[in-house]
Design a protein around this ligand. Structure first.
Ligand code: BES
Ligand code: MN
Ligand code: MN
Length: 455
């Protein structure tokens, strides 16, 4: 392995310049303006995968963005088979003026690669491609490698679901390997065993049939922005609990063991909040910060608009107002059930003076991964050997919707070998990926494949 690790160090500059090419393509999946960029990115990636030596590389068109599937070679039944998942799409870049260097012109500062997608997820995904490339320089791969890479993860689109359901044969494997999560802290390699689920809704309140003069009508009609705000305000109580009836019915309470493991993790609360410009946090009474993020559900307004938001004043009563709401779910909540309950509750809060329209999307169910598989054991040794540090087990508050399908349809162990760091600024301006984690990740991935092939 030492020789392999040295080779990885030797090729650092090559790996970085290739990653830069990948990062330069603005594959923003949620913005239709970038549809052709997403397509271009899929093509670039498929071509790159071929140059690594994947003999069977396919670009699968969907109603949304293309999926890439690849087989390294013919399946050798004497070897273990790995399925590597990742996403090549990225989040939008706004607010653009807060970026210190343009989001699609990667730049290295302080040992970190700054670019949209550097950590989430192009950089983390690229790690495994380079691991395979480096292993191959020493002869045959110790595993059968398959790739499934999507371009819709950040847009909450779900064309990959259908593909997985109808191609479970093609995707057969012994383990699924995913790097799309982060470490607990900068020097604490972490293996994630639980992701929260997610559900979304877009709530629009309709009032008068047009914007009205706020003097001629003010005081005599309901204002949709105010009604919407009142509805939102009633979704949580003063104890930080979500008020939707039955919302917590299926929430599994943490046991004492897990609670004490959470509290043994070195969370510097002051720094946690000061890093995001806050003095203190807030949440459900009776739970620690980690419990709130990892093991309790949450509800947030992602955006709200309505009425006049331009320069200066315009004295109107808007005719409508909209809020985008997301809900994070924990085991054993069911996304469909929770969305239903929430939609019904909101409908009941609507006064007869306005109309409401609710669009919703079920998102994904929460995930809990069994930590006893040999794949997880291999991941522990891989992190230990590559980063010279014993990894910790963590949960994550974020979601990777497709993981549920891997668990349900492939029924194989999933390993969340995350390589991001807490200050990678994913989804934010100045997203970055630490070069040590990039190179160390390549070593860990190569080690993991060797180790798991022996297990
Ligand atoms: N890589 C993230 C998930 C993640 C976030 C893991 C934070 C660990 C920490 C993923 O790309 C993501 O952002 N998922 C979305 C899914 C949504 C758009 C359906 C999320 O969690 O908001
Ligand atoms: Mn991601
Ligand atoms: Mn993301």
């Amino acid at each position: 392995m030492d020789e392999n690790f040295r080779t990885i160090d030797k090729f650092k500059d090559k790996y970085l310049s290739e990653l830069f090419e990948f990062l330069m393509i603005p594959s923003i999946s949620s913005d239709p303006i970038h549809k052709s960029d997403v397509e271009k990115c899929a093509k670039w990636l498929a071509k790159h995968i071929e140059t690594i030596g994947f003999k069977d590389t396919r670009i699968i068109q969907t109603e949304g963005h293309p999926i890439i599937f690849a087989n390294f070679d013919k399946i050798d039944t004497n070897k273990k088979t790995f399925l590597i998942y990742g996403h090549y799409d990225v989040q939008p870049v706004d607010p653009l003026d807060e970026w210190r260097s343009p989001p699609f012109e990667p730049e290295i500062r302080n040992g970190k690669i700054f670019a949209r997608g550097s950590s989430d997820d192009k950089g983390q995904l690229f790690v495994h491609l380079k691991a395979i490339e480096s292993l191959r320089q020493f002869g045959e791969l110790p595993v059968n490698a398959k790739l499934i890479i999507e371009g819709e993860e950040e847009a909450a689109m779900n064309n990959l679901d259908g593909f997985i359901k109808s191609n479970s044969e093609l995707l057969q494997c012994d383990a699924v390997l995913i790097s799309d999560t982060e470490w607990f802290s900068d020097d604490l390699p972490s293996i994630c065993y639980s992701l929260r689920g997610i559900g979304f809704m877009e709530v629009t309140v309709y009032g008068p049939n047009r914007d009205l003069h706020s003097g001629s009508f003010g005081g005599a009609v309901d204002n949709p922005v105010i009604v919407l705000s009142q509805i939102i305000a009633r979704l949580k109580d003063n104890y930080g609990r979500i008020t939707v009836p039955g919302f917590y019915d299926d929430v599994v309470e943490l046991d004492e063991i897990e609670r004490s493991v959470f509290s043994s993790l070195p969370l510097d609360e002051e720094k946690f909040f000061s890093d995001i410009g806050l003095k203190i946090g807030n949440g459900e009474i009776g739970f620690s910060v980690l419990e709130r993020i990892w093991a309790r559900p949450s509800l947030d307004v992602n955006g709200i608009y309505g009425g006049y938001t331009g320069e200066g004043s315009k004295t109107i009563i808007p005719s409508k107002a909209t809020a985008k709401i997301s809900i994070r779910l924990v085991p054993n909540q069911n996304a469909k059930d929770i969305i239903n309950k929430t939609v019904n509750f909101i409908k009941n809060l609507v006064p007869p003076t306005v109309n409401i329209d609710i669009k919703f999307y079920e998102g994904a169910n929460p995930i809990l991964i069994n930590r006893n598989s040999s794949a997880i054991q291999a991941a522990i040794s891989a992190f230990k050997n590559s980063f010279s540090k014993e990894p910790v087990f963590i949960r994550e508050g974020g979601s990777i919707p497709i993981v549920e399908q891997f668990v349900d349809y492939l029924k194989k162990p999933v390993v969340l070998l995350g390589l991001g760091l807490p200050n990678d600024n994913i989804h934010s301006p100045n997203e970055n990926f630490d070069i040590n984690n990039f190179i160390g990740g390549i070593k860990a991935s190569a080690y993991f494949m060797k180790e798991f092939s022996r297990s």
